[in-house]
Write a protein of this length. Sequence first.
Length: 136
Amino acid sequence: MQRTYFRAGLLAWALLAAACGPQPASREQIAAYSEKITFSDFTAEAAENIAGHTIYQIGAQVRNQGNRTIAEMDVVAAFRDDDRQVVLKEAAPVVRRTHMPLKAGESRRVELRFESLPKSWNRHAPELQVTRLVLE
């Protein structure tokens, strides 16, 4: 009887561990792996939504030059003015496990959406800093 409970408990633990998946990387791991992630070919577009608010869409090519799959990745985008002063920092998701991880050596186009960017923004590509990373 005890064996049955032990096996059931072990099976439940294994299923829970598998469902949770990989954990977010530490700051040190993010710093090291970020050197293997590049963003290029930036574009910027503005459009109005149904409520009449301007939505900015920043497009970029992201490339994973590392040897691991990126399951999830978030960045902070720093927008600057003409004097190169940061006028806004805003977080944005780049890769989500549910939409398709970014495999090692792979690159793809991503679109980041922002509302209410300051009028003082110099319209140059924002600086993107990886702040969250889940590697497989």
